[in-house]
Design a protein around this ligand. Structure first.
Ligand SMILES: Cc1cc2nc3c(=O)[nH]c(=O)nc-3n(C[C@H](O)[C@H](O)[C@H](O)COP(=O)(O)OP(=O)(O)OC[C@H]3O[C@@H](n4cnc5c(N)ncnc54)[C@H](O)[C@@H]3O)c2cc1C
Length: 470
């Protein structure tokens, strides 16, 4: 039975499923093998808080998925995916100050004052989705050369340098928070890249998927099955003998599985790149079941209209957290990324039940439960929050690594966003998914363009395979 396939895809994260869907639409017979009991990898939603309550296990907000050329090509919105896009893409809470970044840059002058024009010039693009498509296709030839000529050098700058362009702490803090999604010290070259990409996409929107991030994975599976593909769960691939013979192999996995299965055939360049491959810091996440939405003390109207918040008193708090983490220290007062999906998608829980999540960066491999530190930061900004908490699920960095082999030591992007790996992930090549072993592709977020639910690494691997077999 297994010999009837043209391609086997190991791992059903957004990249693996996108590779499989792209191949299936092109007429290839595909088999997806997933170690976990459910499909989706970082795009999974479960009912751990009880039936009828949809908790996102990992990813929750989808600025890159929303503009992903791969997802657009596969017409996921015709397969049940519905984006819910709040007016406020991101609210940054800095003590009593709340900065709202809205779709279409609405009210930017009120939010950023003298820095509004600078923010537009440095962070924004007249065509955010188009420029994001170019960035996600890097290192290909960009369509928007002028925009990329501006974006590229700025992305390679440290946040500490780029943020000097802002006159106010508010703009610098908002930018540093977005950039620090990548979990890099603010002094590191390349640390501005995530800030520019995700900051620019506050203009197009930071949506959630209706019903939970699983809807993205389910839409991809619908495309695959609709084209005759087969998806099997509960199958961990540890040996080449498990793979059907004579077909292309796509690994939506960490580089270590590629080395284990095909290390004897890898060329020197790719093999060396994998040996030098660096993983990033870890994450500790808390999911909250609440009796009411978070009782924010300041600008509750703004926070009622967003799925995403950042909590950091200023740039210094973000800098201290990321420096601690890079030095292997557990931050005492970490800056926080979080969200309240039920603000935007109330259908995820019955009436009177609300959901929130929050996480902070921790050193790689850290098994410390950060829930008290995280809850204390939310409580500071929203007195009374603790009284609304009906249940929590804590996932430490070591738990993350146990749940998903790609999250090595709790690194949610399967590879550090270091300067080297912004340029060469894992090698500098037009399609770094091509491993040099005939018919074998590495297509996870360990390859360019890196982390996030956008499927672009899988899409590029599939396109490379399709042109190789033409
Ligand atoms: C807590 C958290 C929050 C996040 N928040 C966001 C967010 O809000 N927005 C966003 O865009 N991104 C977010 N991310 C990042 C995003 O989820 C990942 O970058 C993305 O899922 C990577 O996709 P992928 O397909 O490369 O790998 P993954 O999604 O990790 O999928 C890999 C799959 O391969 C399977 N696998 C691995 N090894 C084997 C094997 N040997 N055999 C069989 N199967 C195997 C795994 O079980 C997994 O299902 C978050 C991640 C985490 C953990």
């Amino acid at each position: 039975m297994r010999d009837v396939f043209d391609a086997v895809i190991v791992g059903s994260g957004p990249n693996g499923l996108t590779a499989a869907a792209t191949l299936a639409v092109a007429g290839r017979r595909v088999l997806v093998l997933e170690a976990a009991d459910a499909v989706g990898g970082g795009a999974r939603t479960d009912d751990a808080f009880g039936s009828g309550i949809a908790r996102d296990v990992c990813s929750a907000v989808h600025p890159t998925g929303f503009v992903s050329p791969a997802f657009a090509d596969l017409r996921l919105t015709e397969h049940g995916l519905r984006w819910l896009t709040p007016d406020v893409s991101l609210a940054h809470v800095a003590d009593s100050d709340v900065i709202a970044l809205r779709r279409g840059n609405r009210c930017l002058a009120e939010e950023l004052g003298v820095d509004a024009r600078r923010w537009e010039r440095i962070v924004c693009s007249p065509d955010p989705a188009g420029l994001a498509a170019d960035v996600l296709a890097m290192p290909g030839v960009p369509r928007r050369l002028l925009d990329m000529a501006r974006f590229g050098p700025a992305a390679l700058s440290p946040v500490d340098v780029l943020a000097r362009a802002f006159r106010t702490d508010r703009a610098a803090t908002a930018f540093a928070g977005i950039a620090a999604h990548a979990g890099r010290p603010l002094s590191a070259a390349g640390s501005s890249a995530a800030g520019l990409l995700l900051g620019m996409l506050t203009t197009s929107g930071w949506p959630v998927a209706e019903g939970g991030s699983q809807a993205i994975a389910d839409a991809l599976v619908s495309v695959i099955r609709g084209h005759g593909g087969v998806v099997e769960t509960g199958v961990e691939v540890t040996d080449r003998a498990q793979l059907p013979s004579g077909c292309d192999v796509f690994l939506d996995t960490s580089p270590s599985l590629l080395r284990r299965l095909f290390g004897d055939q890898l060329g020197r360049r790719y093999g060396r790149a994998l040996r030098r491959f660096d993983y990033g810091s870890g994450v500790c996440k808390v999911d909250y079941l609440l009796s009411e939405p978070i009782p924010w003390a300041h600008r509750p109207d703004v926070l009622a209209d967003t799925a995403t918040f950042h909590l950091a008193e200023g740039v210094e708090m973000i800098r201290a957290t990321e420096n601690d983490v890079a030095a292997g220290r557990v931050p005492r007062r970490p800056w926080i990324l979080g969200g309240e999906p039920t603000r935007v998608d109330p259908g995820r829980a019955p009436a009177g039940v609300h959901l929130a999540w929050a996480y902070c960066h921790v050193p790689a491999g850290c098994d410390v439960d950060m829930s008290e530190a995280i809850t204390a930061e939310v409580e500071r900004a929203a007195p009374g929050f603790r009284d609304t908490v009906r249940g929590t699920i804590v996932t430490t960095a070591t738990d993350l690594a146990r749940h998903n082999a790609n999250y090595v030591a709790g690194d949610i992007n399967c590879g550090a966003a270091s300067l080297r790996q912004l340029l060469a992930r894992p090698i500098l090549a037009r399609t770094p998914q091509v491993t040099g072993v005939p018919g074998v592709y590495l297509c996870s977020s360990a390859t360019a363009p890196g982390g996030g639910v956008h499927g672009m690494a899988g899409h590029r691997a599939a396109r490379a395979a399709l042109s190789a077999r033409r």
